[in-house]
Ligand binder design. Sequence first.
Ligand code: COA
Length: 260
Amino acid sequence: MSFDNITYQYDNGITTITIDRPKKLNALNRDTIQELHEAFKKAEDDFNTKVIIITGNGEKAFVAGADISEFAGYSVVQGEQLAAKGQAKLFDFVAHLSTPVIAVVNGFALGGGLELAMAAHFRIASDNAKMGLPEVSLGVIPGYGGTQRLPQLVGKGRAMEMIMTAGMIDANQALSYGLVNHMVEQHELLALCEKIAVKIMRNSSVAIGKAIKAINANYKDGKDGYKVEIRQFGKCFDTEDFTEGTTAFLEKRQAVFPGK
Ligand code: COA
């Protein structure tokens, strides 16, 4: 599988997917969204990948949004299809992966860029990062899940203000809003992310996948998250990871999870 707009790198349990259109500030055009879909699917299907990192190439941008040049002339039907396809292929797809996805926000994360970061399971940012949903300044609204995920992460009032003003917040403010979990200087970003990934990889990947499912259930209409949690909790008892985790504890040794 070869990619033109992204790079895909596997190392020691971590797959790093990097959006690689720095001259266009890594804006998400149709081809990039398709390639990202294929890359995330490949990583999810790869037994050895235990953590996925998504980031942008260059020192300036994570992703500066959906590629405005592609949708400027769209009709109502095309606009709706653009949002629906994008959400199915990338944003919802990423949010519901069972492999943890960390967004490493290394600069501008605007529009679809912030929506992609928000679809990841959590975010860390460099101190030069700037985040916002500027769509209303273009006469549209966020269409890749931004009106839903931003209020979930920062609260309704802050999301309303960010979306209505089309403004950007800096990394400090994103940290205080809880939009990102950690902020470091740009050169420390990947090292911090790998440190967190190593902590994640010590645990049962099977249990983590089930925890993601249960947490996500809280944000789905018509789903009772507590019931999903009960079901996923029960399912853990039939896994090799559970046998190993509990046996290791009782034998006072470090668990070595088979990931099954
Ligand atoms: N779609 C398409 N192209 C984009 C883009 C986007 N979302 N964001 C940046 N680019 C392109 C620019 O058109 C420019 O291309 P060019 O060199 O061929 O003219 C290149 O990336 C560099 O961007 P530029 O605007 O020159 O950089 P800047 O440092 O002056 O400004 C931003 C940076 C992020 C503030 C500015 O690019 C911007 O506002 N981008 C759009 C953000 C947005 O509205 N996103 C939501 C889309 S729904």
